[in-house]
Design a protein around this ligand. Structure first.
Ligand SMILES: O=C(O)C(=O)C[C@H](O)C(=O)CO
Ligand code: ZN
Length: 276
């Protein structure tokens, strides 16, 4: 598991592009028959992915957590961004189509990822946070998720937010998770930008073709930086950082947060004239 440590925003001002990418960009999360994970020291979030192809894949962090099993003191949100698959939780199977979400609470011991069709496999993305209480394991299919429309075509940010795991949705200890879909010909997300010093956030960008890119904006509002993102790449967003993006085409992204509070609407918006 790769480790990403926290950075002082005063230091980040002096980072080169390579340093920014090494600290905040996760370039590869999805390999066939492998479990890829990154441990971020921002709110101790673990972000990972797997494509079960020739074999099933077990969720296992090895010795790094020094616990008996992955969810001994953690909870996890999993979204399938590929074709239909299933996840077994201590022997009980949960089927996930594309964009369906599964929340698994603290205390569940054996988590195994499966694809239904090896010629068109599932692609599982997950984010895990520390947990202190068990909440029920639950699936929320995208067809049952409540859409919230935001933005407009004229601002090129016409988009739909689906919240999976949050105060009014699937219950969890601290993990919040959802997905935002940009309408065709709409390229901007999360502008006006915001910060929330109470929580860190991770974005996974996907539904992009090979030559498309997202220019992801990060940094303190008065000291912005950008990173070039390809399909199925993720960004670690510190609590002090804006997290906004504009694509060369429309795209989808999954957002996940954890930290001090459990309030999705807790965002401090930055007037665009204050961005530098
Ligand atoms: O499109 C958006 O705006 C978002 O999806 C914003 C994220 O949900 C977020 O940053 C929540 O804090
Ligand atoms: Zn945010």
């Amino acid at each position: 598991m790769r480790i990403r440590h926290e950075s002082n925003p005063e230091d980040v001002k002096n980072y080169t592009t390579e340093s920014l990418r090494n600290h905040f960009l996760i370039e590869s999360l999805f390999k066939s028959d492998e479990l890829s994970m990154v441990y971020s020291h921002y709110d101790r979030l673990i972000v990972g992915g797997t494509i079960p192809l020739k074999k099933t894949i077990k969720l296992d962090a090895g010795d790094i957590l020094r616990t008996e099993f992955f969810l001994e003191r953690r909870e996890i949100g999993i979204v399938n961004i590929g074709s239909t698959g299933k996840i077994t939780v201590d022997g009980k199977a949960y089927s996930l189509n594309k964009r369906d979400c599964l929340y698994i609470g603290l205390g569940n011991k054996e988590i195994i990822f499966h694809s239904n069709d090896l010629s068109d496999p599932a692609i599982f993305y997950f984010v895990s946070a520390n947990a202190h209480k068990e909440y029920p394991t639950k699936v929320l299919a995208i067809k049952d998720a409540v859409p919230t429309k935001l933005g407009s075509d004229i601002e090129s940010n016409n988009r739909t937010i689906y919240k999976y795991i949050h105060g009014e949705g699937i219950q969890s200890c601290q993990l919040m998770m959802g997905m935002t879909l940009l309408e065709p010909n709409n390229m901007w997300n999360t502008m006006p930008a915001h910060v929330h010093d109470r929580r860190s956030e991770i974005y996974l960008y996907f539904d992009m073709d090979e030559e498309s890119r997202v220019f992801h904006f990060m940094g303190k509002p008065e000291e912005t930086r950008h990173l070039l993102i390809k399909n199925q790449q993720a960004i670690i967003s510190p609590p002090w950082s804006i997290h906004s993006g504009v694509g060369t085409k429309n795209y989808t992204f999954i957002w996940a947060m954890a930290g001090e509070n459990y309030t999705f609407k807790d965002m401090d918006f930055i007037p665009i004239e204050d961005l530098r």
